[in-house]
Design a protein around this ligand. Structure first.
Ligand code: NAD
Length: 246
């Protein structure tokens, strides 16, 4: 809900027309397919975002594959992913794209650096690891992808010049897992109970920020870091979808 609301708000702020199509959790796959086909055929629509996860009666892969690749501003369609892997121009999934833009903006040196990506999901870890290993700037990193079955995660992280933490476990990356001067990018967003907040909860990243930050050359906060860049990158993709047509 938070992510969807900020997409709608950002579109409004920058002058994009956006429509939120809210569907019942009991929707059938056929109904969702029909809705996407309508949007595919609507010349007024440049980008289509299907908010994941979908209810269990829906085949997520089928739905993602149905979005026209020209309108796939989330970059999850197999055609977009294939192009990304080959280093061809395409829609890059918003979170890793936002991180690449951030690395570029702060002129972070990446060539020859060891980047450790924690998490291998299709929306964050996997595309992040591909982008960081590409022969581009930012890129040219030696990349290690870590996941739930990785042994010696601490030892691997201690060798990292750049760590992207995207596993969804609040405060997971501790100071004793990070070497001096490392760049730490925190993707995690988890709602945790917090009695000191009016809402009763706080948003926590995957990094133990207070203890890790003193060791870092750069570190992103949560909230206010990767999340904002994700929205920005999504808007870039949508802008490109609207303007780079034949
Ligand atoms: P996911 O659950 O699909 O994937 C988590 C990954 O972490 C898996 O590949 C798993 O193997 C790995 N993992 C789990 N436990 C681990 C452990 N103990 N050690 C090493 N690896 C482990 O999650 P996701 O969709 O990739 O999202 C990850 C986090 O990033 C979540 O907190 C999510 O809310 C957040 N997120 C933030 C943004 C943003 O804009 N900031 C965007 C997308 C996701």
């Amino acid at each position: 809900e938070t992510y969807v609301a900020s997409k709608v708000k950002t579109c409004e702020a920058i002058g994009f027309k956006s429509t939120m199509v809210r569907m019942e959790e009991t929707i059938t796959e056929a109904e969702l397919v029909a809705a996407i086909e309508n949007l595919n055929n609507d010349a007024d629509v440049d980008g289509i975002l299907v908010q994941l996860p979908l209810p269990k009666q829906i085949n997520e892969e089928r739905i993602i594959s149905l979005i026209h690749p020209d309108k796939d501003v989330d970059g999850f369609h197999p055609v977009s992913v294939g192009k990304l892997v080959q280093g061809l121009p395409t829609f890059i999934p918003a979170t890793p794209y936002g991180i690449m833009l951030m690395l570029e903006h702060y002129k972070i040196e990446t060539s020859g650096k060891h980047a450790v990506v924690i998490g291998r999901s299709n929306i964050v870890g996997r595309p992040m690891s591909i982008l960081l290993s590409q022969n581009t700037y930012p890129g040219n990193c030696t990349v290690t992808v870590c996941h739930s079955r990785t042994n010696n995660l601490k030892e691997i992280c201690l060798q990292a010049d750049i760590i992207v933490a995207a596993l969804g476990k609040p405060g997971f990356l501790k100071a004793d897992m990070v070497k001096e001067g490392a760049v730490v990018i925190d993707v995690g967003i988890t709602r945790v109970e917090d009695a000191t907040k009016k809402s009763g909860f706080a948003i926590k990243g995957d990094v133990d920020f207070d203890n890790v930050a003193p060791k870092c050359s750069y570190i992103t906060p949560v909230p206010g870091g990767v999340g904002l860049m994700t929205i920005g990158a999504l808007m870039m993709n949508t802008y490109n979808a609207a303007t780079k047509k034949d």
